[in-house]
Design a protein around this ligand. Sequence first.
Ligand code: HEC
Ligand code: HEC
Ligand code: HEC
Length: 415
Amino acid sequence: MMLHMKPRYGLPLAAILSVVGIASVAQAGEPQSFDQIARGRDVSIASDCQGCHTMPGGLPFAGGLALQTPFGKLVAANITPDMQTGIGSWTDEDFYNSLHEGRGKGGELIYPAMPYPAYTKMTYDDAMALRAYLRTVEPVTQDVVSNQLPFPFSIRASLNVWNALNFTQGTFKPDPNLSPDANHGAYLVTALGHCATCHSGKTSLGADEPKAFLTGGLLQGWWAPDITGNMRTGIGGWSNDDIVQYLWTGVNRFSVATGPMMETVTNSTSKMSKEDLGAIATYLKGIRGDQTAAPPKAAADTVLELGKVVYTDNCSMCHVQNGDGVSGLFPKLATNGSVQSLNATSQIRVVLQGGRGVSTQAAPTAPAMPSFGWKLGDAEIAAALTYVRNSWSNAAPVVEASDVKKLRDNLGGED
Ligand code: HEC
Ligand code: HEC
Ligand code: HEC
């Protein structure tokens, strides 16, 4: 991969605009105003384009971040305005089509690891604002080979089939049954924030399963929990303020964001306005997710007894004996929706590897959880989690020692 950096301006947006001169940034057609560019930056933040299109420590939007998909490796493209290696030579239509149709310059099909199944809902005006903003970022000459998939997935034409089966093109339409605030939240969640990419169950082809809309999904060894208004497994028990606080700071009285959600909070939701986050909260709480799953099978008393001992010795100093945690520091495990997820992958992972919550401007000191993978055996971890998931009025499926072993083996050298 070739990397050549041009000098950076290192100036705030307004200063860059006056240096570059808006006229020279604008290409034929659309005139660009400061308001349009500022709107484009907000759209970029809410859509988290930067999260995937920037390598850790790399130049913004220059691409290079590898995404593991079930079919192999894809690398996010360079979307800076560089003429050769970025999207500087693209027309506005090329750019719109990449979001709306999943087709890049020259009609080339884009892999759905790029969340165009969500971005298709973006309004034309927002897409053009985003385009105007992306013209103002530093052009970086960096050739990125996006498609590193093995044959036959490397054949882009195979996406015609995937799209025909799984992709519905179309701009967001407000639901007349929802309030304007909830509709605004629906737009942010489904069109820009692409929350379903992680939080919805998936079909065997990796597309969002409509019946499992936001009721939880598995990705790269994490479980993104139910974020619908469901009372037990979802966030129905959170107030709107609780949701706003979580998205704004990564921490609230119930939960601490880790892993991929920590990245979403850091790059995206912590930089959004409180009004936008409030609209997201209103929309999420109004969704009634599917609740037809069978009730969890009861855990054996011997397992719960072992779990209580392990919990008392290793966990209670932070999460407190009654599972109440310490607000803003150590998550409350009692009546916690994500702790009662049907799938315990994220919890096993946190106990094996430990974790650190988000550090945001609003809450700069991120609380940490130590790793226990070196200290506790598979059966002890399984028992502790089974105890946590079935105490203090929690109820959730038993965690088996074999589940812990499987994840421990998969994470391999990672811890
Ligand atoms: C979840 C990760 C992810 C997010 C978020 C994301 N992208 Fe992408 N994007 C990718 C990947 C991976 C590719 C390469 C796909 C391929 O080669 O088919 C890509 C490709 C593209 C391309 C095609 C570039 C080319 O040279 O062919 C454009 C344009 C693009 N993204 C723009 C955006 C914009 C604008 C946003 C925000 C609205 C965004 N992306 C958000 C992962 C992402
Ligand atoms: C890249 C994947 C990803 C994306 C995109 C994502 N999330 Fe998450 N989210 C997760 C994971 C994984 C967790 C669990 C984190 C943990 O256990 O600490 C989570 C946790 C949450 C929680 C806490 C739930 C609980 O019960 O503790 C909320 C609320 C949430 N996400 C909302 C959102 C919203 C709203 C969006 C879209 C704006 C979004 N997420 C986008 C992966 C993602
Ligand atoms: C030193 C304090 C500390 C100890 C000891 C500790 N934890 Fe944690 N725990 C945390 C913090 C901080 C978080 C939030 C950060 C994270 O999720 O990585 C957390 C998160 C969790 C979560 C995820 C909660 C959610 O909302 O998804 C679970 C489950 C959990 N701990 C269980 C345990 C168990 C079981 C033990 C004992 C084996 C334990 N913890 C010991 C501090 C601690």
